[in-house]
Design a protein around this ligand. Structure first.
Ligand code: ATP
Ligand code: MG
Length: 722
């Protein structure tokens, strides 16, 4: 048996982990040290050497994208297709389990997943039905409350209210919400995990079956598991089987969403035989990037402590760029990418990472202006767009008419004369008779409880759904979608809207039909029709399989989304106080350190070149805000970074923000030259880096010896030459 290929490109420590006898194990190591690689090789080793069948292995990753990559890597190591292996996210795996055991989980066979947007709408409806004011019970807060409790494994009856009236009310809302979901066969994301956990608790024989079946459980990015996820794993790994977890406490970035980095300690407590292996060699980043990232994270306290070193070259310094506003910042980033691609490099080797999704728009605009293709991961994803959700709403109604969220979404879209009052009556009655909206509507119509016009309109909707169901039952998936989009009136509605927005909505609807056409039935599901599978895919994978995955394109995403990934060239944008670390991080204890870990994650995505950029003024909600360089930049050692100085300036005519004209005259007009030493009354001495604009708008950029780079209005700066 030639197993050397499983160990060849590993260092000694990595080999220890990969070739260990089956046992519980923790691999604790910093970014880029090969944790994910170890996990992949370990799975191959278990199959090849320990003869564990692929269907006896369960691997958990953080995103669907990571799961797909992992499966691909194991398949190429093993040179065989491994579709029977369970690899997925916690949510994906829980979903799969619940599909197979819907009965034990007390769910209807065709239960539907409620994504967070649908959940929000449902909560609003629940509040309305309870006659509660959203001002006193903000739906977002309720959503947070419900999901937070579910993440802790708490049902309403488990919640301690301490006789606090608000808590009592919140608990009641949770209860009504849950009853509504149960009635309609809806399962929100947190519920997937909670039900999967309860499945273990309530069905010991089932648990024993899976403990026996999954001989090896492997978890990547373990530092970001939450309590219910860990509880689920702990039960599953409680048999004669083994669990290997890999993680990095310095990369725990989901604390705000309930992830609990202490789970690493709990694992060591609960699995006392577990061996800990530390990896210390980094294979990803250049010396400079690694040194700077280590220096930044060193400012955090209470770390488990890890050293990372590299044999690689020092590489280029980290480039810091100060834009005078966010447009200038975006323009700079895009100009660097353009240069990179002009040299023949792939766009997909560049990633722009940012703290908040909203930052993407300006960057997108700049990329579009230069005709550079880009791909956004996360953000407003395809399956989250209004028109797509409308079309999916119809498909869901047809698939499972008890789905209240879908009913709400499409009952009067496009408008068909079903007024708010009629709907309120239906909701009210549904609550009384404890039935879904669909069933209630049928009953009310049969009982003639509705006035003539309202009854006709509602009957029209019901007939539409029934006739659509009949029309599409035997069609292929794409024709099902096409039929629904046309016959529901959605297409006509958007056609009538006109304008660019409506046009893009129509294109999106067309794209949905293409998506259905491309969709392949996953071979890892049971008890599902094609439509079932597609609807589950749309809810679970929203956007991760975005349009045209094969085109060479700049990769854009939040730092959170970039976890586990790596790119030759990385831009960290918006690294200024108030943005990153965020304003809120000063208010809650522990948040600042989590922001710093996020910065560490962002920096360590870079392999060869890292740019860190910020804007001295930024328009936030339509107002210009002024920010200084982030403390994280200041925490990087001076010898690892360099400030970018542009030789010429780029003007910004109002009508065309991203044109690349150079205005060489600006310097002359200003009376200063590049590199001139100047003095400012408040900031002291500095060096001129850049000029832009003219007349009253003229600005000058100076790198001050003490306070760093600043853009100043030339007229007010009162600079004197030294
Ligand atoms: N022994 C090795 N020899 C050569 N390259 C390696 C070795 N180990 C890992 N690598 C490479 O180093 C890079 C980082 O590895 P990997 O992604 O597994 O690290 P990680 O610890 O999971 O990082 P992160 O914490 O960011 O998830 C990858 O490109 C991987 O192929
Ligand atoms: Mg990894």
């Amino acid at each position: 048996m030639d197993v050397s290929r499983l160990l060849d490109d590993l260092n000694d420590k990595q080999r220890d982990a990969v070739a260990a006898k089956p046992s519980d194990m923790l691999v604790l190591a910093g970014a880029g040290s090969g944790k994910t690689r170890v996990l992949v090789h370990r799975i191959a080793w278990l199959m090849e050497v320990e003869r564990i069948a692929s269907h006896s292995i369960l691997a958990v990753t953080f995103t669907n994208k990571a799961a797909r990559e992992m499966r691909g890597r194991i398949e190429s190591l093993m040179q065989q297709s491994l579709h029977t292996m369970w690899i997925g996210t916690f949510h994906g795996l829980a979903h799969r389990l619940l599909r197979s055991h819907y009965d034990e989980a007390r769910l209807p066979q065709s239960f539907q997943i409620l994504d967070s947007d649908d959940q929000y709408r449902l909560i609003r409806r629940v509040l309305k039905s309870m006659n509660l004011d959203e001002k006193h019970y903000p739906p977002k807060q309720i959503q947070w409350f419900i999901n937070g409790n579910k993440d802790e494994g708490l049902r309403p009856q488990h919640i301690e209210t301490h006789n606090d009236p608000t808590q009592i009310k919140m608990r009641e809302i949770y209860e009504v919400y849950q009853q509504t979901c149960d009635r309609a066969g809806l399962v929100d994301f947190a519920e997937l995990l909670l039900r999967a956990h309860e499945l273990w608790l309530n069905h010991p024989t089932l648990l024993a079956h899976y403990q026996k079946r999954f001989r090896a459980i492997l978890v990547d990015e373990f530092q970001d598991t939450n309590n219910i996820q860990y509880a689920w794993l702990r039960l599953l790994a409680g048999g004669d089987n083994n669990m290997m977890i890999v993680g990095d406490d310095d990369q725990s970035i989901y604390g705000w969403r309930g992830a609990n980095v202490n789970n690493i300690q709990y694992f060591l407590r609960d699995f006392p035989a577990a061996e800990t292996i530390r990896l210390e060699q980094n294979y990803r980043s250049t010396g400079n990037i690694l040194k700077a990232a280590n220096a930044v994270i060193d400012h955090n306290h209470g770390r488990l402590g890890k050293e990372l070193w590299t044999e690689g070259e020092e590489g280029e310094k980290i480039s810091i760029y100060a834009g005078f506003n966010e447009l200038d910042e975006a323009r700079f980033i895009v100009s660097q990418i353009k240069r990179w691609s002009d040299y023949g490099n792939a766009l997909s080797d560049c990633a722009i990472l940012y703290r908040n999704n909203a930052q993407s728009r300006v960057l997108e605009e700049a990329l579009l202006h230069q005709s550079l293709a880009y791909r956004i991961y996360g953000g407003l994803r395809f399956f989250e767009r209004q028109e797509i959700k409308d079309a999916l709403g119809y498909l869901r109604m047809i698939n499972q008419p008890l789905d209240d969220a879908a009913f709400e979404r499409v009952v009067n879209t496009p408008t068909r004369g079903i007024g708010e009052r009629t709907l309120a009556q239906v909701r009210e009655h549904a609550r009384t008779i404890e039935q879904s909206l669909w069933q209630t509507a049928l009953i009310m119509l049969a009982d003639k409880r509705l006035s003539g016009r309202a009854a006709t309109a509602l009957q029209g909707f019901i007939d539409l759904i029934l006739s659509l169901k009949q029309a599409i039952t035997d069609l292929p998936l794409d024709q099902q979608a096409d039929t629904v989009i046309k016959r529901s009136g959605l297409l006509a509605m958007y056609q009538a809207e006109k304008g660019e927005k409506a046009q893009s909505r129509i294109e999106n609807l067309e794209e949905l039909v293409s998506a259905c056409k491309e969709f392949e039935m996953p071979d890892d599901v049971e008890n599902m029709t094609m439509l079932d599978a597609f609807l589950a895919h749309a809810s679970l994978e929203a956007g991760e399989a975005q349009a045209d995955a094969h085109q060479d394109a700049v990769q854009m995403m939040t730092i959170h989304t970039a976890k586990g990934l790596e790119y030759p060239m990385v831009f960290l944008a918006g690294v200024e106080e108030g943005m990153f670390p965020s304003q809120q991080s000063h208010e809650e204890p522990g948040r600042l350190e989590e922001e710093r870990r996020l910065c560490y994650v962002g920096m360590t995505r870079a392999m060869q070149k890292l740019y860190v950029t910020y804007a001295e003024s930024r328009r936030v909600y339509g107002q210009d805000k002024f920010h200084t360089q982030s403390r994280f930049i200041k925490e990087m050692p001076k010898d690892c970074v360099e400030e970018v100085r542009l030789r010429t300036t780029i003007s910004r005519p109002v009508h065309n923000r991203f044109s690349q004209q150079t205005t060489v005259e600006t310097f002359e007009e200003s009376g200063f030259g590049l590199g001139d030493r100047v003095m400012h009354g408040k900031f002291g001495d500095g060096t001129v880096l850049n000029c832009e604009g003219s007349g009253a708008q003229a600005r000058i950029q100076v790198n001050f010896d003490d306070v760093g780079t600043k853009w100043l209005m030339l007229n007010y700066a009162k600079l004197s030459k030294l």
